[in-house]
Design a protein. Structure first.
Length: 195
């Protein structure tokens, strides 16, 4: 079930993957969420490969219409753990490839930092959402990961595409389907005007 329900008085929302269109449409920039389900790790080179496969009409190793992509690569896994520390990488590095992925069905992205105007427009046009992960807590984020599987591009080592099963991964909505951008709205809200 892909529900959007209030988790506490602080208005933390619980959502599940795969992200459905109505859930994406209901999220607003600034919403705090706990995400449960499957997410795929993919960074720069994996994005280039996905993009090139799309341009050549080749099959992709993941179904974009059900995928949420986490811009991350886990550190080596310590003995007795499911995964090593895993934190978000800077999202703009994927921006040249992202509009095409969104156009082909990608609904959810997780990373850190702002997105290009082209990505924000694609998010708005195709009903996607960009979540910010909390930086600096990669060891804690790893505790949300309950399972990890290699999916594609093993030659990329830590940057291979992996499917993570996550429970209550804490995120904040940065860009929503209306074109709102949390970074821009907060910058203008707190802008100090000289006297």
């Amino acid at each position: 079930m892909n529900d959007k329900s209030k988790m506490s008085a602080n208005e933390v929302l619980s959502i599940r993957t795969p992200l459905k269109a109505d859930v994406c449409a209901s999220l607003r920039s600034g919403d705090m969420v706990l995400l449960t389900g499957s997410v795929y790790t993919a960074r720069d080179v994996a994005h280039r490969r996905l993009y090139e496969a799309l341009k050549k009409g080749l099959p992709l190793p993941i179904d974009l219409s059900t995928a949420t992509i986490f811009y991350a690569a886990p550190s080596p896994t310590p003995t007795g753990r499911i995964i090593g520390s895993i934190g978000p990488t800077t999202s703009y590095r994927m921006d040249v490839f992202t509009p095409a992925l969104i156009e082909h069905g990608l609904r959810g992205m997780i990373g850190k930092g702002s997105r290009s105007p082209e990505v924000v427009e694609a998010i708005k046009q195709y009903g996607a959402v960009y979540f910010g992960a909390i930086g600096g807590i990669a060891a804690l984020t790893a505790q949300c990961v309950k399972r990890i599987e290699r999916v594609a591009y093993d030659d990329l080592g830590p940057e291979a595409i992996r499917r993570l099963t996550v429970v209550d991964l804490p995120l904040v909505v940065i860009n929503d389907t209306l074109g709102n951008d949390l970074y821009l709205s907060e910058q203008s809200r707190w802008r100090i005007i000289p006297e």
